[in-house]
Design a protein around this ligand. Structure first.
Ligand code: APR
Length: 320
């Protein structure tokens, strides 16, 4: 069986890390694409030269031509600009929307049967626009945010309780922004909900609230430290988990920005919810029951995403 093909549109910090991780996991051959000539080629050569030391087999090619992504099974999109200190993800909207138009056209022409994972921010609006620009079916275009936000939540909980990250399962819904909704009730340590862990006295309510806020601000904390860009190791690892579930038909249940056509009472919008990712792409949206305050927080988050989508439609009327 021929190797799978993974195309990475954008070969910056996340793109390069994605290529390295995909190679280490032997997910397939890799094409790094970027408009800046030399960068994808240089990274491809560097990662190829790491192969003998690591022992992976993969063909890795750097390119500035869309035709090289032809026939890709998975396309992961990080093209665009990242945040600088003081910027919100929403500040990137106008410039990255133009990038999505070019990327969507490239995917439509050369990889119309691929599974597309968008990472570019502001995530929920960009994945919505990318689906429209590419014309691919909704189940084949998703956004990576929930795995990252949940992973950040898990890390903080595991660190606070002094337990293995393997035993922590955290859950974040909603848009990838300040309004995201980390759900304590559905987040567990060895199956015990965090709300029960608070009742048991293992974690204080104040500490949990602090962790929830730190999770919401997780991206900004890293932007503030790096000063010249945004997080890339954890975003790349998160997208690779989604790509792997698709390529191996693992049917993992992962939070991701998925198209909602009525579930959760939302229509025509991409927002973070749990989905099953398998060979069919986003195979099923899992609709969990939300209590009053959770629903309110989710609705608030959806409203923020809808506001960004409206802003996209004003900038690019053909999206309306
Ligand atoms: N087509 C292809 N690549 C592009 C285009 C375009 N039209 N415009 C910009 N790029 C490339 C840049 O040349 C750069 O190499 O996208 C790459 C982005 O890489 P970085 O600037 O290093 O940004 P990164 O940290 O990888 O984040 C990318 O993901 O998390 C989000 O907010 C983040 O939107 C940002 C994206």
């Amino acid at each position: 069986m021929a190797r799978k093909k993974i195309a990475l549109i954008g070969s910056g910090q996340i793109g390069g890390t994605l290529a390295h991780l995909a190679a280490l996991k032997e997910l397939g051959d890799i094409v790094l694409f970027d408009i800046v000539d030399g960068v994808p080629q240089g990274k491809a050569l560097d990662i190829s030269q790491a192969a003998p030391a690591e022992g992976y087999d993969a063909k890795i090619k750097g390119t500035s031509e869309y035709k090289d992504i032809e026939g890709a099974d998975v396309v992961i999109v990080t093209a665009g600009v990242p945040r600088k200190p003081g910027m919100s993800r929403d500040d990137l909207l106008e410039i990255n929307l133009k990038v999505m138009e070019q990327v969507g056209a490239g995917i439509a022409k050369y990889a119309p049967d691929s599974f597309v994972i968008c990472i570019t921010n502001p995530l929920d609006a960009m994945v919505w626009a990318l689906q429209k620009f590419s014309g691919l079916p909704h189940n084949k275009v998703v956004g990576m945010a929930g795995v990252l936000d949940s992973s950040r939540f898990c890390h903080f909980i595991a660190e606070e309780l002094g337990v293995s990250v393997k035993d922590v399962n955290a859950f974040v819904l909603g848009g990838h922004g300040d309004t995201m909704v980390p759900l304590a009730r559905y987040s567990t340590v060895a199956g015990i909900p965090l709300t029960d862990i608070v009742k048991m006295g293992w974690l204080s309510k104040e500490k949990l609230d602090e962790i929830i806020q730190r999770t919401r601000d997780g991206g900004a904390e890293i932007v503030g430290l790096l000063k010249t860009g945004s997080a890339f190791y954890a975003p790349a690892a998160s997208a690779i988990a989604m790509a792997e579930s698709y390529l191996k038909d693992k049917k993992r249940v992962l939070p991701a920005a998925a198209y909602l056509d009525g579930s959760y009472g939302v229509k025509g919008c991409y927002v973070g919810v749990p989905i099953i990712i398998g060979a069919g792409g986003s195979e099923k949206v899992i609709e969990i029951a939300l209590n009053g305050s959770e629903q309110k927080a989710f609705d608030n988050s959806v409203a923020a995403v809808e506001g960004l989508i409206e802003a996209c439609k004003k900038i690019a009327p053909k999206l309306a």
